[in-house]
Design a protein around this ligand. Sequence first.
Ligand code: ATP
Length: 433
Amino acid sequence: QVKNREVEGMMRRYLPKSSVEILHNLGLVADRLDLQLFAVGGFVRDLLLGQRNSDVDVTVDGDGILFAETFAAEFGCRVKSHEKFGTAVIVFPDGFKIDVASTRLEYYVSPGALPTVERSSLKMDLYRRDFTVNTLAIALNSQSFGRLIDYFGAYRDLQAKVIRVLHNLSFVEDPTRVFRAIRFEQRLNFKIAKHTEDLIKNAVKMDFLVKLGGRRLLSELVQILREKEPLQGIGRMASLGLLRFIHPSIQLTPELQAALEQVRYVVSWFDLLYLDRPYERWAVYFLALCEVLSPEEFWATCTRLAVSENQREHLAESRRQGDELIGAMERKLARQERLENSEIYFTLRGLPVEILLYHMAKSGNPETKRCISLYFTKLHGMSTLIGGEDLKGLGIKPGPLFRELLDAVLSARMNGRVSSKEDEIQLVRELKP
Ligand code: ATP
């Protein structure tokens, strides 16, 4: 078994000094309040794997909110508490957060009634978790600081690199765990245990996943697609027959596999450019997964998965626009027509990054890829040297003409027809009515 000193050694090795100090201080406050305090969950799992996890979860065997408030008052932190759940978040001045939960739940059956207090032990609390590797706890009180608590063989499973549920009804109880199992398997590079895999297959066969609402399914899917290497997770979803819960026509064909590999390539290329253009990486994979769906099916799928109204409009509408605009561009390219830089720019500028990356990945035409890449690397950041003030100086009144003239100058600039500010002013003189 792992000794307290070894756990403390790991903390010193893998956590910043300030975090170890915070853990000791949490323990001291718990001592004074006569509470038992434990670090639990993913934080402990990752610590023992030598990986840093910035989410610290602790649990006390009493009033979690009181504990958080006492600690916060002493160490200059803020507290956000959720009375209903008896949980709190301690927020440090630098933004570092600690989630505090309680193994003791107090709730009021009716207003004014005495609280019903449900005392649950740490063991019960940990038993409710998804997989053994998430059931480890570390004592933080000063007398026992660093003691590893392992009720369910978690340490053995961590070493064997296995994802295992705690009981046979786990996936029936909560089908989201099917997706969580896949996510942890891929992220940690573990293997889902044989019996656990059989339970997943059974849950899929018995259609338990249908019980899962669209919103929760989407949230799990997005988390898998947000992982660093989502392809393996998608492969695992396919082999376990889970893609059909997104839409029955989605199958991991060799074409889809190739398209997803292209997405991976394009997305890493884009990330390396360090452009200041935020985008949702998961959405590029999602678009590729939904390639076979018609616009109507795509819209219906987004609705069923409770994609937010904004995002659904954004994705579905720009998916349609992208098909249209980039389709037209590809037809020109196929006819060997030369596209000027300005035409590429004005075709692509209204489309979101996600759609552009998706088309870059799916297009079989290297010219299309080149055009989109040129748009990102060069054209998108270009602007004219002259501005509104210069136009006013030329006697032009602000109005729609302003935009037209500036766009014309920008086009000329992109196509290499003007280079200096004087060139641009000269061009405006020629163009203005
Ligand atoms: P991540 O790095 O993805 O945040 P994590 O292990 O911290 O990994 P969370 O999703 O933040 O995962 O969940 C925190 C803890 O709550 C987990 O360690 C897990 O034991 C438990 N948990 C989360 N979701 C479930 C679930 N559906 N069923 C049971 N336990 C769950």
